[in-house]
Design a protein around this ligand. Structure first.
Ligand SMILES: NC(=O)c1ccc[n+]([C@@H]2O[C@H](COP(=O)([O-])OP(=O)(O)OC[C@H]3O[C@@H](n4cnc5c(N)ncnc54)[C@H](O)[C@@H]3O)[C@@H](O)[C@H]2O)c1
Length: 270
């Protein structure tokens, strides 16, 4: 039986954050949530209204935690591909830079200064986008970067900064390239329409199981990089074997289980 751990989930009000909170609570851990929005599913005393921008406060929140699951971020580009004017704009300066780059800096610094035992960071398959589309599959840790756009570039930065911090400061950091956990009905429709998206679908339930295993696994190398999806429907696009070997993660769900959408409304022309 695994020891009950104290875990902080950043971005706990979000789509993946809610799955992580639920999975960790179900696994018996003491879960605290940090978000700029209210987090459901936790006792009020374990909910922190906080912004990644406040590095000093982050340090106090990290104190005494066994692990931090860092999910708070801007989770995509605003517009991709760029549109002609007047929509020729992006969210790099307004959102990605403060939340995904400066916010990550504060998270890594808080982890270093508090000697956090374990940090888990969310990356994305969008960092290897050309290969998600064209193979060769399954993609693994050796697949070269081919970021989709600005959002993916922030996650390349995250992976490289995590590697540097783990080495320089002997911090244990696990980076996970998450599959697609749709945030709304429109995204669920997109997944329904393309087999390649169904293969990299990630249910909130499997996300929760992954994070529970990630905090419970006995020993981890200083830096590790894993992929996490639910069970592929057609083709294994991400190599899930290292996640099984390192932390014992085995997905249970398959598209569209847990998509939290009205499946009768999903059209699948395939
Ligand atoms: N959902 C997916 O398909 C997917 C796929 C790959 C990676 N990811 C990554 O997983 C993480 C969670 O994504 P999601 O889909 O749940 O997104 P989401 O938008 O549903 O949740 C993100 C949460 O972070 C919070 N947040 C953002 N900036 C913050 C800040 N500065 N301080 C405090 N809280 C802040 C938001 O309020 C939100 O509740 C992100 O890092 C994202 O890049 C998501």
């Amino acid at each position: 039986m695994t020891r009950r751990k104290r875990i902080l989930v950043t971005g706990s009000a979000g789509r993946v954050g809610q799955g992580a909170v639920q999975g960790l609570v179900q696994a018996g851990h003491e879960v605290h949530g940090l978000d700029v929005r209210p987090t459901p599913g936790l006792p009020a005393a374990q909910v922190i209204f906080g912004d990644l921008a406040d590095g000093e406060k982050l340090r106090t929140y990290f104190q005494g935690m066994d692990a931090v699951v860092h999910l708070a971020a801007t989770p995509d580009d605003m517009v991709f591909p760029r549109q002609p004017p007047p929509h020729d704009t992006d969210n790099f300066l307004s959102q990605l830079l403060p939340n995904n780059i400066v916010g990550l800096y504060h998270v890594l610094e808080a982890a270093r200064q508090t000697k956090l035992p374990r940090l888990i960071l969310a990356s994305t398959g969008q960092v290897v986008w050309q290969h998600v589309e064209n193979g060769p599959w399954p993609l693994d840790q050796q697949t070269p970067f081919s970021p989709r756009y600005w959002y993916a570039c922030t996650k390349v930065f995250l992976e490289m900064a995590a590697m540097a911090y783990s080495r320089e400061h002997a911090l244990t950091i696990l980076v996970v390239r998450l599959g697609w956990c749709p945030r709304d009905q429109g995204q669920a429709q997109e997944i329904a329409q393309q087999e390649r998206f169904q293969d990299v679908y990630l249910s909130p339930g499997d996300a929760g199981r992954f994070f529970a295993r990630a905090v419970e696994a006995e020993s981890l190398p200083l830096y590790s990089l894993l992929y996490c999806t639910s069970r592929p429907t057609h083709l294994i696009r991400y190599d899930l074997i290292p996640a099984k070997e390192l932390i014992g993660y085995v997905p249970k769900d398959q598209w569209p289980t847990g998509a939290l959408v009205d499946s009768s409304a999903l059209s699948n022309p395939a």
